[in-house]
Design a protein around this ligand. Sequence first.
Ligand SMILES: [Zn+2]
Length: 264
Amino acid sequence: MNFAIACDLEGIGGVVGSPGEGLHQTSRQYAFAAAQAVREINAAAGALFDNGADRVYVWDNHNGSLNLDYMELDKRVDIIAGVGEKHRWPGLEGRNISGVLLIGYHPMAETYAGVLSHTCSSTTYQYLKMNRRSMGEIEIDAISAARLLKAPVIFVASDDKGVAQAKEALPWAGSVVTKKALGRNLAILKHPSRVVDEIYSEVSGAVKNMDRMELYDIMDPVEVEMRFLRLEDAEKLNNSKTKGAELVDPYTVRFTARSFLELY
Ligand SMILES: [Zn+2]
């Protein structure tokens, strides 16, 4: 059995970020988030190996990659680092992945008072819908895993709002709530060491229930609706007339993609 762990940072235990900014190299909590992410990944990887995994890949995918201290990762893992990929889950097609895990993931853009909620870019989108359903990065990476790897999401770690969204789309997946969101930059934090312990036991449970896991996918063609934060972004996409783009309102553009893989 081979597994892939995708790691974002906003949903990591102990992280709330700072008002008015995302989590980037100069943010106060960036170094903590990256270090705690390593601990959470190692807990998940340890649980996978203890339950029969042959290979575990770690995809360091927050904002331009290169976030984690690779020397601190469990030395049995292989690491996917860097940018420039054509699709999500780079390098993993054809590697017989049995399941994928999402660690440090966060609620979708239009989530009220979710910790650091966004979809793909916190400075670009108010929301993203596909086939009239709201999508966040949890859903996008679940569909991408189904399409590219034929692999189900078996585990998600996020704040309580991200986990609630994951449970709606992926009710079979194991999960750990890393914090209870009270606002965009406010939460009751589960102690980061307890988050690590819970990830180990939940991932162990998920691997023992692989027969329960399902693929999450949507139908092609995909009707995409993007509501932008800035008028000029909507104007630009509408003027490009790609894929028959049409303006729904001054902030919102709708178009059809023949396949999900044209998008991600
Ligand atoms: Zn991120």
